[in-house]
Design a protein around this ligand. Structure first.
Ligand code: GLN
Length: 291
């Protein structure tokens, strides 16, 4: 009876109510996105078609998406796409869903460019652990003459990043390679960015269910203290960066001090900026070579 809605408007009301009762954070948004995806209609088209009757097949598809959402699957995973930096990204099971907080890293990288170069310079960018490509492709979108290389340990993530590059018209300026962070990448980069795994292994179990069950462990697990990836990246930093290059990394809550020490000791870099996310938490650190 719950799924017997015969038109789009009624379906939206019923699904929103179900999501409310289940205690979801954004019931009406989730209902709109899932129903829109089931019917291949965007926000406006959905509103205009509010009185249109649903076919049995459409109702079945909506019911399936609703059941998955109620079992804890994030909307982005169900629709297979997520917006980041105003751009659409296809998702891979082998990569994180791009997070709004990670836009802080893009802002920090652009600020590092602005500190000594022009946005239309021929910049070389590397993104270590590129995942679905969100960070690298947002940067290439903003820096019209930049060329970027994204690396990942997952060939599946690389395939998704490559297809996102193509969909955004950035293929001619983006390359991808399967490797551990920047090992074997050579040097000469103006900007190196990374959002590496930074959750301590023991803390993975206490992450929210949508993250724990639907984001890949490879992209989350930073080892015993969560900092293993930074140790690896810091060791590679001197080889990767140009003399005036900048390395910008995303960090987790409370990790700024330890990560600064890692980059200053094993990377021979100095910290030049720290940028907070929307919640006021230090989220992106910028390092440069010591003068
Ligand atoms: N910010 C992510 C989370 O807390 C973790 C991402 C990462 O480890 N790089 O879910």
């Amino acid at each position: 009876a719950q799924n017997s809605a015969h038109d789009i408007g009624a379906a939206r009301r019923i699904v929103t109510r179900l999501f409310e009762e289940a205690g979801l954070e954004s019931p009406s948004l989730d209902a709109r996105l899932l129903i829109g995806h089931a019917l291949s209609l965007d926000h406006t088209a959905l509103a205009i078609a509010s009185d249109r009757a649903l076919t049995q097949g459409e109702r079945d598809t909506i019911a399936e998406f609703v059941a998955r959402r109620l079992k804890g699957e994030p909307v982005a995973r169900i629709v297979g796409e997520k917006e980041f930096w105003g751009l659409p990204f296809k998702l891979s099971p082998a990569a994180l869903v791009p997070r709004p907080d990670t836009e802080t890293l893009v802002e920090a990288a652009l600020a590092a460019v602005d500190a000594g170069k022009r946005r239309d310079d021929r910049l070389m960018i590397a993104d270590l652990g590129v995942g679905s490509g969100a960070i690298l492709l947002a940067l290439l979108h903003e820096l019209p003459n930049a060329f970027g290389i994204g690396t990942d340990r997952s060939s599946e993530a690389i395939a998704t990043a490559r297809s996102n590059a193509a969909a955004l018209g950035l293929s001619s300026r983006a390359a991808f390679a399967m490797m551990d962070f920047g090992a074997g990448l050579g040097g000469g980069f103006d900007i190196v960015v990374s959002n590496p795994p930074y959750i301590a292994s023991a803390d993975i179990a206490s992450l929210s269910r949508d993250v724990r069950e639907h984001d890949p462990r490879l992209a989350l697990d930073g080892g015993a203290d969560g900092l293993n990836a930074y140790r690896a990246i810091a060791r590679q930093a001197p080889d990767l960066l140009r003399g005036d290059g900048a390395m910008i990394v995303e960090i987790g809550l409370g990790q700024a001090g330890d990560i600064r020490t890692i980059f200053e000791t094993s990377g021979a870099l100095e910290i030049t900026a720290s940028r907070d996310d929307l919640a006021g938490i230090a989220r992106a650190l910028t390092f440069r070579r010591r003068p």
